[in-house]
Design a protein around this ligand. Structure first.
Ligand SMILES: NC(=O)c1ccc[n+]([C@@H]2O[C@H](COP(=O)([O-])OP(=O)(O)OC[C@H]3O[C@@H](n4cnc5c(N)ncnc54)[C@H](OP(=O)(O)O)[C@@H]3O)[C@@H](O)[C@H]2O)c1
Length: 278
């Protein structure tokens, strides 16, 4: 029995490759997307042999407009696709000031623009049916922006905000959305960025298999946001409820008193005095 087809970007290595294995094990047919076609082909033959599912390799450089369009067309046209997993992404090798601005823009293109195009297209397609699910790999750095490369942090904050906002919009259409926020996870991302993984404390580094299993457990529990390392979920719940409690105070007719200039305050009190005297 097929569970429907999952389209996974960034499936040639790391988190995406583990998702491919776990979803094949669950009975999903797969479309696996990345640039390295040889790796995708060997993944496809291994997973179809091991799990008896259909695995289609699709090589695409998602930062190429033509390649991205081929993947978007697949999402639009293949009625069997019911799950999109956005894993393709790149990381930084130091703070913003030490990084080439063009390289950072490339990161924004892949981590933000591409993920957004795929997510928005899947949202339209799935909402029309109506069913399907979208899993977006963000990062815990979205919650601690001061500690990491500013551009990378901002790309992951985008993914988190997009997913939370879409979850509210798509729920009535029967479409599930989940943001996964991994901490350090043992993958090639560090090699690719030129970072020596051994400088990261072993206690902070999760295996990709454990990370994806936790993310799938969170998905099965119906979570919109899954933070695999976080044992005390109350910490997240309290932060979310503090954020939501700001709601009534964020858009009002006048600025808060501390932002009113002395001139405006003086003019207002003069006006009030005049009204009072009359
Ligand atoms: N590892 C961590 O510590 C960590 C923590 C938090 C979040 N994340 C996020 O997890 C996601 C997966 O990363 P990972 O750790 O699994 O790293 P990874 O092993 O380097 O995997 C990245 C994947 O993205 C693909 N990719 C890169 N550029 C691409 C492009 N232009 N077009 C198409 N595919 C492209 C790569 O395949 P090809 O080279 O074959 O194209 C590869 O399959 C990323 O979004 C990352 O930001 C990772």
């Amino acid at each position: 029995m097929t569970q429907g087809t999952a389209l996974i970007t960034g499936a040639s290595s790391g988190i995406g490759a583990v998702y491919a294995e776990r979803l094949a094990r669950r009975g999903h047919d797969l479309i696996v997307v990345a640039r390295d076609f040889d790796r995708l082909k060997s993944l496809a033959s291994r997973l179809s042999g091991d799990h008896g599912v259909v695995v289609t390799p699709l090589n695409a450089d998602l930062t190429s407009a033509a390649d991205l369009e081929r993947v978007l067309a697949k999402l639009r046209d293949d009625a069997e696709i019911s799950l999109l997993v956005n894993c393709a992404g790149i990381g930084p090798n130091g703070p913003l000031l030490g990084s080439d601005p063009n390289g950072l823009s490339k990161m924004v293109q892949l981590n933000v623009d591409v993920l957004h195009s795929l997510t928005a297209t899947a949202a339209h397609v799935f909402a029309r049916r109506p069913n399907g699910a979208i899993v977006n790999i963000a990062s815990v750095v979205a919650l601690m922006p001061e500690r990491f490369n500013a551009t990378y942090v901002a790309t992951k904050a985008f993914v988190l905000a997009l997913t939370q906002a879409l979850s509210a919009e798509l729920e009535p259409h029967g479409v599930r959305v989940q943001a996964v926020l991994p901490g350090f996870t043992r993958t090639e991302i560090f090699d690719r960025a030129g970072i020596d993984i051994s400088v990261i404390p072993a206690d902070m580094m999760m295996d990709a298999g454990e990370m994806v299993d936790a993310a799938l457990a969170g998905f099965d529990r119906g979570e919109v946001v899954t933070i695999p390392s976080l044992a005390d979920v109350e910490l997240w719940t309290r932060m979310e409820s503090a954020r939501k409690s700001l709601g009534p105070y964020l858009s009002l007719r006048h600025p808060a008193p501390r932002y009113r200039s002395a001139a405006i305050v003086a003019a207002k009190s003069h006006l009030e005095e005049n009204v009072h005297e009359r």
